[in-house]
Write a protein that binds this ligand. Sequence first.
Ligand code: BGC
Length: 370
Amino acid sequence: MTIGTRVVAALSALTLAGLALAGCSTPATPGASGSASTSASTAAGFPADATIGVSLPWLGTQNWAEGMDQFTSQLQAAGFKPLVQQADNKVPQQQSQIEAMIEQGAKVIVVAPIDGSQLGSVLDKAKAAGVTIIGYDRLIQNTKSIDAIVQYGSVEIGRVQGRALLEGLGKLKGAGPYNIELFAGGPADPNAPNFFKGAMEILQPKIDDGTIKIVSGQTKFEQAATLDWDNAKAQARMDTLLSGFYPKDVKLDGVLSPNDGIARAIITSCKQAGKDIPVVDGLDAENESIVSIWKGEQYQTTDKATKPLVEAAVKLVIAAQKGEAWPAPTSKTNNGKIDVPLYELTPVSVTKDNIKDVYKDDPKRLELLK
Ligand code: BGC
């Protein structure tokens, strides 16, 4: 097969369902971007029953548990031997799990890093062993040893959250101006600053024109961040904000939240302090938040469905196995060292208004809306 026919074959065989492919240019090559990679060895394919490693950060939010299930079942269905692990949010554990995957002969390793920039040397080892490396959901930073990333647009997620917060304020809290507070995710996770950046693109003009006021004055990512995405830490910070800045006569209208777990922690803190529930956005469509939205407590969640994201990653694995070039990525994203081919999916904003419609084909979530 010539390179040209291989690309055409790959593109027709590999329709990355759900991926926004607008603006694509050149196809990506599995194994092409790694420093120590011989793109020929990965592009030449590998056995159809090969071991495929998947290294996820933790099970602290529902999306990763869904990811474990989806990777296991989808890789098995495709004929591979899945080796799917999570690392309890401990960087050394993730490093040694990836080492073990290399030793067990994994041909592709899919990685969602705990800390975006702590996997460079173990991934260099993987590359040297001819492994194809795919980032999943979180970007792997400051390394050449990454061939592609599949994720929902992380700045776009933040924009969706910022817009939802403004929309909810307008709908539920009268005319304004509004008092709000800002929360962000774990600082080691490259998604967290991007979510915050996207949200601030939407909120900053409203801060500037006086529509919203951050009463605590804590407007920087570092101030808003929640170490390790720990819900208890977010709740403790909300308790402190309420006792320090919100005496009885000061209302809190809304809170920017980076995900559902933190959204619920914020709501719990407000309830315990005897405050009205503020408008709070979220992320992950977690079961408990679906219930909370349906009850009229959490205002919104941002759905970035796990199944299609895993499908997008598994399609790249299948192409690598067959020795086919990958389809053109949506775009490229710089990880501090190289421009990484990015396969991007689009998140969906979910509120009580559209929740039944969004989950009409998702029996498990639909079941929660009773
Ligand atoms: C993921 C979110 C998740 C968070 C904490 C982020 O990188 O994109 O879905 O809630 O990590 O686990």
